[in-house]
Design a binder for this molecule. Structure first.
Ligand SMILES: *Cc1c(COP(=O)(O)O)cnc(C)c1O
Length: 449
């Protein structure tokens, strides 16, 4: 792997720059647009003569690495490092053995929806409990290799948890900006546990981004928000892992939540590269689901406008409580290029979907549940057919936000829809004697007959 084997390409102008020439905010000063990582074999290079990774050989190599005890082989991100040569020296990879996440079926939900094939890719099973680990291992490794002592991010919670953990592993200092009062406790506690300097700002996520961008411009601090294109190189690897887990059979439709919109973009890059290199013969449709209270991309799609109008975000799915998503243009291109769709889910729909996933013994955080809520709508509108093979990306672990789950079961979420009632399991407070317990148990047994 070699440093010069990649460059950064502005997604607006197509102009290319050397990796070390990038500005601190990862935006092209001329266009204001983001960059993507480009390799000599990338489709955008249009260089048919460039040596290409060999799909056949790599499938074998990646399978072999599963038996290796080397940390970078055991990582479900770095195992695929041949398609992400972003480090000068692969020994600089900072890994917590991320990736390697399971595909679970949802038998009851599939039946309810009339689908034959419905799987979830549970990215909440990563080391810090969200998919952010897959992108943090790559981008933070770049920061470490380039000699940065400090890394920073603005976060709705999961990015800060992941960054704090990987920074601690690498011996770097981390500073986290989070919106005060709008973050789930599980995530906030992780940032502190892993030793980051945690700053709660009296603003929303979008306000945190603005301030942090100013600070990294003036200080030697490496920005690890998802504007950093190396995050997406790690976040594209679940696309590879899904194909590998399905024995290189491509699903028809992949559905992801949309917040800052990097994750859907990254998965699109992953699938597209796999097709370009001949690993797979087509790409799945990629659809993005936003919370109705934080839906600028959904609005852009339905209004057929050329400019994105930021919104003031409001949803209890805090991971996607983002009104001005940085990667919206990348995501919009992925949706359009793959034939996917953009949908929104309201608070009731999110709550019911989360309870349904929980009732299958899987569980996820509210932001992940928008995928199932969105799938129901895509089925109704005909954008997903019942014969299609569908994969939902579950982005975060249920323990990230236990308060939300408890509020749902105690009926404090104001989800007064009939669909929610069968899933509610509030804790019972009973006298400590056999008869009161038996009364409750008998009532429950009678109810489930
Ligand atoms: C970050 C995050 C999202 C949103 O991903 P984007 O790349 O910002 O669109 C969704 N769900 C969870 C659990 C997250 O942590």
């Amino acid at each position: 792997m070699s440093f010069v084997s990649h460059q950064l390409r502005c997604i607006g102008s197509g102009e290319r720059i050397a990796p070390d020439a990038v500005s601190s905010d990862f935006r092209d000063p001329a266009t204001g647009e983001l960059y993507e990582v480009e390799y000599s074999w990338s489709e955008t290079r249009g260089d048919a003569a460039a040596p290409r990774p060999n799909a056949q050989a790599l499938r074998h190599l990646w399978a072999e690495r599963r038996d290796s005890t080397l940390p970078i082989d055991a990582s479900g991100v770095w195992r695929y490092r041949d398609l992400l040569p972003i480090l000068k020296d692969e020994n600089n990879a900072v890994t917590l053995r991320e990736g390697n996440t399971p595909l679970y079926d949802l038998p009851r939900t599939s039946k309810l929806l009339g689908l034959d094939f419905l799987l979830t890719k549970h990215q909440g099973m990563n080391p810090t409990g969200s998919f952010k680990d897959t992108g943090m291992t790559t981008a933070l490794s770049v920061a470490a290799e380039r000699g940065y002592k400090w890394v920073a991010c603005a976060s709705t919670g999961n990015t800060s948890a992941a960054m704090a953990a990987y920074a601690a592993r690498a011996g770097l200092r981390a500073i986290v900006f989070i919106p005060e009062g709008k973050i789930a406790w599980g995530k906030l506690s992780q940032s502190m546990d892993y030793g980051a300097l945690t700053v709660q700002l009296k603003t929303d996520f979008d306000g945190c981004v603005k301030l942090l961008t100013e600070i990294v411009r003036k200080n030697p601090i490496y920005l690890l928000n998802s504007v950093n294109p190396y995050r997406l190189e790690g976040q594209k690897t679940p696309a590879i892992e899904i194909c590998e887990q399905l024995d290189w059979q491509v699903p028809d439709h992949v559905i992801v939540p949309g917040g800052n919109l990097a994750n859907g973009s990254a998965l699109g890059k992953g699938f597209t590269e796999l097709k370009h290199l001949g690993f797979i013969d087509r790409v799945p449709k990629i659809s993005v689901i936003q919370a109705a209270g934080a839906n600028p991309l959904f609005q852009w799609f339905t209004n057929e406008e050329k400019q994105l109008h930021p919104v003031t975000a409001d949803t209890r799915a805090t991971a996607i409580r983002i009104g001005n998503p940085a990667s919206w243009r990348k995501a919009a291109r992925v949706i359009e290029a793959t034939g996917g769709w953009c949908e929104q889910a309201d608070e009731n729909e999110i709550a019911v979907a989360k309870a349904q996933i929980g009732a299958e013994g899987i569980g996820c955080e509210p932001a992940s549940a928008v995928t199932l809520a969105g799938l129901k709508k895509l089925l109704k509108s005909g954008h997903v057919q019942t014969g299609e093979r569908v994969v939902l990306l579950l982005t975060g672990h249920t323990l990230k936000d236990p308060e939300y789950t408890i509020d749902f079961h105690k009926d404090l979420l104001a989800t007064d829809v009939a669909e929610a009632a069968p899933y509610r399991r509030p804790p019972l407070v009973l006298d400590a004697n056999e008869s009161s317990v038996m009364r409750a148990l008998e009532a429950e047994m009678a109810g489930s007959l």
